[in-house]
Ligand binder design. Structure first.
Ligand SMILES: [Zn+2]
Length: 241
C-alpha cells in the first residue's frame, strides 16, 4: 500500500507517546486547551510544534505561504476568532523564517503565479521602499529585512482586526509577538521592539515604511536568555523591551 510507511510511523509514534504518558491521548480526547496561536509559513521545515518543542494540544496553528494576513481571508479570520474568543489564547505568535521562498519571490519580478496575488502586500511594500532595500549590502540582507518587515506587517494586520480590537476593549489579555526562525540553526529570534499588547501600543508604532531602513536586530533565543540572566544580576542594564 502506498504510504504504508507513514501509517507505520504513526503507530510507532502513538505507542511511544502512550509509553511515555499513558493518559496522553485520554487527555487529548477530552478537550484542546492550547495556550498559543501560531501564524507561520507553510514551509515544510518550519513546523510549530517541532520548533517550539511542544506536544499536540499546546499550540493552535494556521499556516500559509509566507505567513501573510489578508483581512478578507475567511480561513484565517475564523481561526483567529476561535483562538481569541473560544480558546482564549493570550499569545499570538507571527513567525516568519529566513530562507522563505514566498518572501524571496516577492523581491523578484516574476508575477505569473497565483502566489503572486497572495504576496501582493509584500510586493507593494518592496516597490514602495525600493531605495531603502537597495541601500542594503546584498541580496541576502534585503531578503532578511523583508522577512522581518513581513512579520511586523502581519502583526499589525492582526492587531487591526475587529476580533483583536474587541478583545483588547473588553480587557482580555492578548499579546502579539513577532518571531523569525532560522532554518540554518533551528533558533527562533524575537523582533524585540515589536510586541503589541493594546490598541494604544499598536497606534504608537512607527510607520512600517520606516522599518525598511531601520534594522530590527532580532535576538535569538540563546541571546535573549543571556540578556535576561545579565539583567537579573545587573539590574537596570539589561534588555529594555
Ligand atoms: Zn516561507
Amino acid at each position: 500500500m502506498r504510504l504504508s510507511h507513514l501509517l507505520d510511523r504513526n503507530v510507532r509514534w502513538a505507542q511511544r507517546k502512550t509509553e511515555e504518558d499513558p493518559t496522553f491521548f485520554v487527555r487529548m480526547a477530552e478537550q484542546q486547551t492550547p495556550r498559543y496561536l501560531w501564524l507561520g509559513c507553510s514551509d515544510s521545515r518550519v513546523t510549530a510544534n517541532d520548533v517550539l518543542n511542544l506536544d499536540p494540544g499546546d499550540v493552535f496553528v494556521h499556516r500559509n505561504i509566507a505567513n501573510v494576513v489578508h483581512t478578507s481571508d475567511m480561513n484565517f479570520l475564523a481561526v483567529l476568532e476561535f483562538a481569541v474568543e473560544v480558546l482564549k489564547v493570550q499569545d499570538i505568535i507571527v513567525c516568519g523564517h529566513y530562507g522563505c521562498g514566498g518572501v524571496q519571490r516577492a523581491l523578484g519580478d516574476d508575477r505569473s503565479a497565483l502566489a503572486d496575488h497572495w504576496l501582493q502586500p509584500l510586493v507593494m511594500y518592496y516597490r514602495k521602499n525600493h531605495a531603502a532595500f537597495d541601500a542594503l549590502p546584498d541580496q541576502l540582507a534585503r531578503h532578511q529585512r523583508m522577512v522581518e518587515v513581513n512579520v511586523e506587517m502581519q502583526m499589525r494586520r492582526i492587531a487591526q482586526t475587529p476580533i483583536v480590537e474587541a478583545a483588547w476593549a473588553s480587557g482580555q489579555t492578548l499579546h502579539i509577538h513577532g518571531w523569525v526562525y532560522g532554518i540554518h540553526d533551528g533558533l527562533l529570534r524575537n523582533l524585540c521592539s515589536s510586541t503589541s499588547s493594546s490598541s494604544a501600543a499598536r497606534d504608537a508604532l512607527e510607520s512600517l515604511d520606516a522599518r525598511a531602513s531601520h534594522p530590527f536586530e532580532p535576538q535569538p533565543a540563546i541571546r535573549l536568555h543571556a540578556l535576561d540572566a545579565f539583567a537579573s544580576c545587573c539590574e537596570g542594564h539589561g534588555r529594555t523591551s
